[in-house]
Design a protein around this ligand. Structure first.
Ligand SMILES: Cc1ncc(C[n+]2csc(CCOP(=O)(O)OP(=O)(O)O)c2C)c(N)n1
Ligand SMILES: [Mg+2]
Length: 620
């Protein structure tokens, strides 16, 4: 302890502390944990945090966005692409700027991704109350708009005194870097406190290296798992995001190769194995491949590794069904390890896989299990070819390409190490089923919150995390219209993104869901809405006005040519293509629990309800 103090404002001290936090980079060298701070200023942060950031641009670069939710999406995507090893900060004013970030906080919370939110807050002194944008609670003087962050933060604090950061910031770092507790941290920073000075101990700002703990499993649990695996006739591993966050892909690939245990992947875990690894069955669940879901339906031992078993993974708990089956959950979080009657093995994915390898040496999965999966594997390969192939010859004026055909073109044109980015609409399901991930990190789909508007801002964050890789955003017209502002930010920062907009004139996937649940087409496709005139939105002109190089293409052949051209282009490249809203890939997939009305005047609803009642009988 030097015993020296520095007189700084709470905001200056916060920025100085954040800039001093380090982690080990890829080459073993220490790098800053926070890659930068996204900021949109208002009266709640411009004078305090704004001044502090401006003075620290070498240590903690500031980026200006156009929408607080979008900038938070970029920050979260950065952390996801960095496998949670680095993160970004987001600061806003009080009021609408702050609450604009609440949706993004929920997104980070669901996906267990680190991000530090510093929304401004109302005066701690309460001198100017009610300050501009302050909500007034008639029954509780301590409530502010930022209380909305509480249920969507892994750690929440309100800074009402400058010295509170001495505890709050290290606690924030602990949560951000903890493998089990990882998620968004909100430090609501009172506007007056940001500007208040304090004598901070100089030691507080010393560079600090954070290590990511990799807790091993309890030896008893591990031994029990080995006994179960050795006794299994039809084991199946389900790889979740935890495999990627633990950096356990090579360990998983080796174990799968050595034992022959097949592996299926969740949305967050997709890419854990390269698509052509002999054990990789591809996606599992509602948007799963035929072969992975056949394996899931037959397996006697399902081993989830780093998955939170969301309903898309389990087919709403109807996919892994039947007596005499065991579910084991290997997870760093005890909360996830006990889900759905699982036998829990609490530990880090990499630590558990490394420990399993010698204990399973010499053991291989029974040969009849691989034989049983050979036919569905072949059938799935044929379904893949049929879905992804370019349409043969001119389809005539009325035939629009499917989402899968667009993805086929993109897959053929994308560079070996490209990253595909998506979040909501029909595309994540098609990507999960059909995209063949060539390189680790090549698949970035946010499907925990499946938040429309994540795609473009997320692509920006991905590009910042891995600037050397080509980033392909695929986005529906609905998501594009919800949030496209960060095209301008990417253009401003000179970052290259290739964005393919699939215009099917509305919320295609929800229209399909509506019809599947017996509903009349209503309020999803633009044509089915209350309107005076049908919008004919020129997405290319819109994107161009934001600074992109944009064009519209007529068919798959033109799309491939445009993608090839975009590959050598710079800046934001936008390609728009009209697609068929009615078609998605029928092969593969599993049931999804979407409750159908129990009574209705519509015969189609009554029919759908009868089918629904049948399917719910399969739920475990
Ligand atoms: C913020 C948000 N609002 C609503 C939804 C519900 N939702 C999921 S997909 C979807 C439609 C997406 O439309 P589009 O982007 O055009 O994709 P498409 O379904 O046509 O493939 C909607 C409304 C959501 N996931 N996120
Ligand atoms: Mg659409």
């Amino acid at each position: 302890m030097s015993g020296r103090v520095l007189r700084l404002t709470a905001a200056q001290a916060t920025v100085r502390y954040l800039a001093a936090q380090r982690v080990e980079g890829a080459d073993g060298q220490a790098v800053p944990y926070f890659a930068g701070c996204w900021a949109i200023f208002g009266h709640g942060n411009v004078a305090g945090l704004g001044e502090a950031l401006q003075c620290s641009q070498d240590a903690l670069p500031t980026y200006r966005a156009h929408n607080e939710q979008a900038m938070a999406h970029a920050a979260i995507a950065f952390a996801k692409q960095a496998r949670r090893r680095r993160a970004m900060v987001c600061t806003t004013s009080i009021g609408p700027g702050a609450t604009n970030m609440v949706t993004a906080a929920a997104l980070a919370h669901v996906n267990r991704l680190p991000v530090l939110f510093l929304p401004g807050d109302v005066y701690a002194s309460r001198r100017p109350d009610p300050v501009l944008q302050q909500i007034e609670d008639f029954g509780d003087g301590t409530v502010s708009a930022n209380d909305c962050f509480r249920p969507v933060s892994r750690y929440f604090d309100r800074l009402t005194r400058p010295e509170q950061i001495l505890d709050a910031l290290p606690k924030a770092m602990t949560v951000l870097t903890d493998p089990a507790a990882c998620g968004p941290v909100t430090l609501a920073f009172c506007q007056d406190v940001q500007a208040e000075a304090w004598d901070y101990p100089e030691d507080f700002f010393a560079p600090r290296l954070w290590r990511f703990r990799r807790p091993p499993a309890d030896p008893y649990d591990l031994a029990d798992l080995v006994v179960r695996i050795r006794a299994a006739r039809r084991p199946l591993i389900i790889a979740g995001g935890g495999v990627l966050y633990a950096g356990a892909e090579a360990l998983l690939a080796d174990l799968a190769a050595a034992t022959g245990v097949p592996v299926a992947e969740t949305q967050a875990g997709k890419g854990a194995l390269p698509w052509d690894h002999p054990s990789n069955l591809g996606a599992v669940g509602v948007t799963g491949t035929g072969v992975a879901n056949a394996a899931a339906a037959e397996a006697d031992l399902v081993i989830g590794i780093g998955t939170r078993l969301q309903d898309f993974t389990t087919g709403s708990r109807a996919l892994f069904r039947g007596a005499g089956r065991t579910l084991v959950q290997v997870n760093v979080s005890a909360h996830d390890a006990v889900k759905q009657g699982a036998v829990g093995v609490v530990g880090d994915a990499a630590a558990v896989l490394a420990a399993l390898a010698p204990l399973l040496a010499g053991w291989r999965v029974p040969a009849d299990w691989a034989r049983a999966l050979a036919a569905p594997a072949l059938a799935w390969d044929q379904a893949w070819e049929a879905a992804m192939a370019a349409p043969g010859g001119p389809g005539g004026d009325n035939v629009l390409p499917t989402d899968a055909q667009v993805l086929g073109a993109l897959w053929r044109q994308a560079a070996e190490d490209a990253v595909v980015v998506c979040a909501a609409g029909g595309l994540p399901g098609e990507l999960h089923k059909l995209w063949r991930v060539r390189r680790p990190g090549g698949y970035h789909v946010e499907y925990g919150y499946s938040c429309m508007g994540y795609e473009i801002a997320g692509g920006l964050g991905v590009k910042m995390a891995e600037p050397e890789r080509d980033v392909h955003v695929v986005v529906g017209d609905g998501s594009y219209l919800m949030m496209n502002s960060e095209i301008a930010t990417a253009a401003m920062l000179g970052l290259k993104l290739t964005i393919t907009v699939l215009d099917n004139r509305g919320y295609g996937c929800i229209n399909r869901l509506q019809r599947a649940t017996g509903g009349a087409p209503f309020n999803n496709l633009l044509a089915d809405t209350r309107h005076a005139a049908l919008p004919a939105i020129d997405f290319a002109a819109h994107a161009a006005s934001l600074g992109a190089t944009a064009r519209k293409v007529a068919d798959i052949a033109a799309l491939e040519a445009a993608l090839a051209e975009a590959r050598s282009g710079t800046g934001v490249q936008v390609i728009v293509i009209d697609t068929d809203p009615a078609v998605s890939t029928a092969a593969g997939g599993a049931w999804w629990d979407v409750a159908v009305p129990e009574v209705s005047d519509r015969a189609a609803v009554r029919q759908a309800r009868a089918a629904y009642d049948e399917k719910t009988k399969d739920q475990r």
